[in-house]
Design a protein around this ligand. Structure first.
Ligand SMILES: Cc1cc2nc3c(=O)[nH]c(=O)nc-3n(C[C@H](O)[C@H](O)[C@H](O)COP(=O)(O)O)c2cc1C
Length: 244
């Protein structure tokens, strides 16, 4: 890594680094974050020397970070996962999965997270390069619209069901491992993107994406962060007012 770039933080979503690799990153002055979908993975990252853990709940959009055990045994909801990881590892936890507004951020903090990590809320922002067809589906989807599949890339990931996901899932025995399946479906997905055809895109999304519909279309990422900042403070104040 080029030292002059001075990257302050590295975050890993797939797999686990060795102690030596984490030590090399620390020696270069980096803060190291690993992703865990259950407690054993969090402990493995802690033992490898990570500084913090992303707790990726089952609600999360995009690829699953599971690297120990079966993926379907690691679909633990954010609400259950965050406090268990915080207690077990003693490390700062970043909650990820289903957090779309300040209520979710406040809930994550109440559960013991130090921060919230959000994907689906940002991919409809003005700066996001995803296709308009994908943005449209994110804004119109109901809460039941997503599934976890490995049919599109060969690794389990949560996205909105569409003909691409459903048709590829029909022949499970033909799905190649990641990254081969990803490469095999790439041209089709790129062509669909150019044609504005949402039926054959990989529509990665978390279960909460529908909540983003209340925000102005084309909102900038900085404006979204400012709104989230106001919202989580208001949520905490509302909870505090319940005591009176
Ligand atoms: C379109 C999309 C792409 C993503 N790409 C990455 C990635 O490259 N690296 C990563 O660590 N996580 C990635 N994620 C996962 C997020 O970091 C996070 O786990 C997830 O978005 C949290 O759930 P949410 O989508 O409900 O907010 C991606 C998520 C989405 C929706």
């Amino acid at each position: 890594m080029q030292r002059e770039l001075r990257v302050p933080v590295v975050s890993f979503t797939f797999g686990l680094l060795s102690n030596d690799d984490v030590a090399r990153l620390h020696a270069a002055g980096l803060y190291v974050i690993g992703t865990a979908t259950h407690v054993a993975e969090g402990l493995a990252w802690r033992d490898a020397g990570a500084d913090a853990i992303v707790a990726q709940g089952a609600e999360a959009g995009g690829h699953r970070g599971t690297f120990i055990g079966a993926f379907d045994e690691a679909l633990i909801g954010t609400m259950a996962l965050v406090p268990q990881l915080a207690d077990a590892t003693g490390l700062p936890v970043l909650a990820a999965g289903g957090i779309m507004d300040g209520r979710g951020v406040a809930a994550a903090l109440a559960l013991g997270a130090r921060a919230a990590m959000m994907g689906s809320a940002f991919i409809t922002c003005a700066e996001s390069a995803i296709s308009p067809a994908w943005k449209d589906r994110l804004r119109s989807m109901p809460d039941t619209a997503t599934s976890v599949t490995r049919a599109i890339t060969g690794r389990h990931a949560r996205g909105i069901r569409n003909p691409l996901m459903l048709r590829l899932s029909e022949a499970a025995q033909k799905i190649a491992p990641y990254p081969v399946q990803n490469a095999l479906t790439q041209e089709l997905r790129q062509t669909a993107s150019r044609a504005g055809n949402g039926d054959y895109l990989s529509l990665w999304s978390g279960q909460g994406a529908h909540l983003g519909r209340k925000r102005r279309e084309g909102l900038g990422a900085a404006e979204l962060v400012a709104q989230l900042d106001q919202e989580w403070r208001a949520a905490v104040a509302r909870i505090a007012s319940l005591e009176r």
